[in-house]
Ligand binder design. Structure first.
Ligand code: GRF
Length: 224
């Protein structure tokens, strides 16, 4: 399946915290290295620094409160239906999870199959989940890194788009390693967005192939 676009790629970012990956994408767009437009920054945390960063750049910000959904039998799906409605209102083509600390359900995963990315601070499939820098150190790994992947229902399990590796040094703490990885995150996330914008990502099963350049304006989002 392929999507033909005449306008610039419409991106939404979901973030819960600090927002440095959001900032990297904003900076890349402003610098012209990523041809996309952020049409919504959405958080489940009212005071998220990510929302503040978005405001500073004049981007549309939305706090979507999880509380009204709590207690419902399908509270997570119900929350995601609210998000989906917002994403549709803004005609979003690509969703970026950037430090988004809620597990997305099939409501969003199916609506944005191969059109929703996440960044994770490990070399997946090693170390999905949380505290991954500490785990990599404790395992005695010599390399760590980060992964941009498409989002599927399994947490941190989707097809891998880009990865970057960094060394683990003898005196690393989780903090020093996280900082070294973060530098790479800020490079590969914007790069993945630009590849998507150029229509160069082709998904075959678990594998994502980066195709030779095609004109911007055509996004391949699955086998065509
Ligand atoms: C990053 O390390 C990212 O890989 C992980 O959560 C962290 C978010 O950082 N998913 P930030 O909010 O983008 O600064």
């Amino acid at each position: 399946m392929s999507i033909k676009r005449t306008d610039v790629l419409r991106v939404a970012v979901l973030a819960s915290g600090r927002g440095s990956n959001l900032q990297a994408v904003i900076d890349a767009i402003e610098a012209g290295t990523v041809q996309a437009k952020i049409v919504a920054v959405i958080s489940n945390k009212k005071d998220s620094p990510a929302l503040e960063r978005a405001r500073l750049h004049g981007l549309p910000c939305f706090f979507v409160d999880p509380k009204p959904h709590v207690g419902q039998p399908d509270s997570r799906e119900s929350y995601d239906r609210e998000l989906l409605s917002l994403l549709r209102q803004h005609e979003v083509e690509l969703v970026l999870l950037a430090g988004y600390m809620k597990i997305v359900t099939r409501v969003l995963v199916e609506a944005f199959a191969n059109r929703m990315m996440n960044i994770h601070p490990s070399l997946l499939p090693s170390f999905p989940g949380l505290d991954v820098q500490q785990k990599a150190i404790e395992w005695g790994c010599k390399l760590a890194g980060c992964t941009v992947h498409f989002v599927t229902e399994g947490v941190d399990e989707g097809p891998i788009i880009l990865q970057a590796a960094v060394p683990i040094l003898d005196d690393d703490t989780a903090g020093t390693l996280a900082a070294r990885i973060l530098v790479q995150e800020h490079k590969i996330y914007p790069r993945a967005v630009q590849l998507f914008a150029e229509g160069r990502l082709r998904v075959e099963g678990r594998r994502v192939f980066v195709e030779q350049g095609k004109p911007v304006g055509e996004a391949v989002i699955g086998p065509s």
